[in-house]
Design a protein around this ligand. Structure first.
Ligand code: FES
Ligand code: FES
Length: 381
């Protein structure tokens, strides 16, 4: 259990919760604020949308502990809010609800639209509402209500706040593995970050066949500059003597094009040809963050072939979570690994590899299309 402190509807709340407790469950189960509804629990339907630090947030896929220090507003808290009061009246006038199940989430999103986009036309309102599903009314009434409130003038978002910095993990790294060798000693700019192995996130396991002996693969794995060039979207700033690496990683998921700047620590076990990378990064533009641990091993697969074994455990925070469902992340990782495996094989055979471009555009579209197709194929069976 972790003690978490939030401000919920203006009141400071401190509770001990399991790290996996979602914000939606936290407010409903722990605080009995059942105005927030849960529909899909996958970040798809928008029913659970609430306002956190002045911005709409899917509370079914954000952890309560990740919102520590934030100002959380549920539908129960808007009695005296002038913008919400106009929205409520407009929803009533336009018959913008029937059963009302989606309404708390619709109002949270509508609040964001009318305060952020004073010039939004109908097409833009519909686009902004695309993440909120209503099974009853269709959207004509909801769109009409929002347009009415937009037409009434400019509205200020009085709840908007700067987001607190991403929490820093506090744990020491395991000592069994030796730090990465340093090609260029430097002071560590990542001294504020500690590198705890992530054990409670989502885990993906993958194996990549590499057509070189395991010893050659192991040599390449220890050349961090080369590995960074092999990985699409990765860029390296520094490698310090203690194995600390700073750099960035760029990836596009859905409408978010994120560039995570951060630090990791790499350690190698020369006896077993195994290693571990733990790190964290943040993307200031999307206000998303990620931390994770990769355990890797160079395994022999015959005299001239080897296999790279990877176990990735990760956690996402911030808006990227909304697009980072495990199937989507697994698709991104697999798309990355196709290019990474190709580059790794070339590097292990002594070829020069130039920095690989970030994945995105057509490749991501193909990946997402593949996920959707797999889901529908599964359902059709
Ligand atoms: S319950 Fe559907 S998005 Fe959260
Ligand atoms: S009013 Fe029933 S789901 Fe929207």
């Amino acid at each position: 259990m972790i003690s978490v402190n939030l401000t919920v509807n203006g009141a400071s709340v401190t509770k001990a919760v399991a790290p996996r407790t979602h914000l939606a469950d936290f407010v409903r189960e722990e605080l009995n604020l059942t105005g927030t509804h849960i529909g899909c629990e996958h970040g798809v339907c928008g029913a659970c949308t609430m306002i956190v630090d002045g911005r709409p947030m899917r509370s079914c896929i954000n952890y309560a502990v990740a919102c520590a220090g934030s100002d959380v507003r549920t539908v129960e808290s808007f009695d005296d809010d002038p913008v919400m009061s106009q929205l409520r009246d407009a929803f009533t006038r336009h018959h913008a609800l029937q059963c009302g199940y989606c309404t708390p989430g619709m109002l949270a999103t509508a609040y964001d639209i009318v305060t952020r986009l004073p010039d939004a036309d109908e097409a833009r309102v519909r686009e902004e509402l695309a993440g909120n599903l209503c099974r009853c009314t269709g959207y004509v009434g909801i769109v009409g209500a929002i347009r009415d409130v937009l037409a009434a003038g400019t509205h200020r978002n009085t709840l908007l706040k700067a987001r607190p910095a991403a929490p820093v993990l506090e744990q020491s790294r395991p000592s069994a593995l030796a730090p990465a060798a340093s090609p260029a000693p430097s002071s560590s700019p990542a001294s504020a970050v500690s590198f705890a192995p992530v054990t409670d996130g989502v885990t993906l396991s993958r194996h990549i066949d590499v057509p070189v002996p395991a010893a050659a693969l192991w040599r390449t794995l220890q050349d961090i500059a080369t590995i960074a060039r092999c990985l699409p979207g990765a860029s390296l700033d520094k490698v310090s003597p203690d194995g600390t690496v700073t750099g960035a990683f760029q990836v596009a998921i859905g409408p978010i094009n994120a560039r995570f700047g951060g630090a990791a620590r790499v350690a190698f076990d020369q006896q077993t040809h195994r290693g571990e990378v733990s790190g964290q990064g943040a993307d200031p533009t999307s206000r998303s963050r990620a931390d994770g641990t990769i355990r890797f091993a160079a395994l022999a697969a015959g005299d001239d072939a080897s296999q790279l074994s990877l176990d990735l455990t990760y956690r996402l925070g911030g808006p990227l979570v909304q697009f980072g469902r495990p199937a989507v992340v697994a698709g991104v990782v697999d798309a990355l690994l196709v290019q990474f495996a190709h580059n790794l094989a070339r590097a292990s055979q002594g070829e020069q590899v130039v920095a690989a471009r970030p994945i995105g555009g057509g490749l991501l579209f193909a990946m997402l299309f593949g996920i959707v197709r797999r889901l529908f194929t599964r359902k059709a069976r």
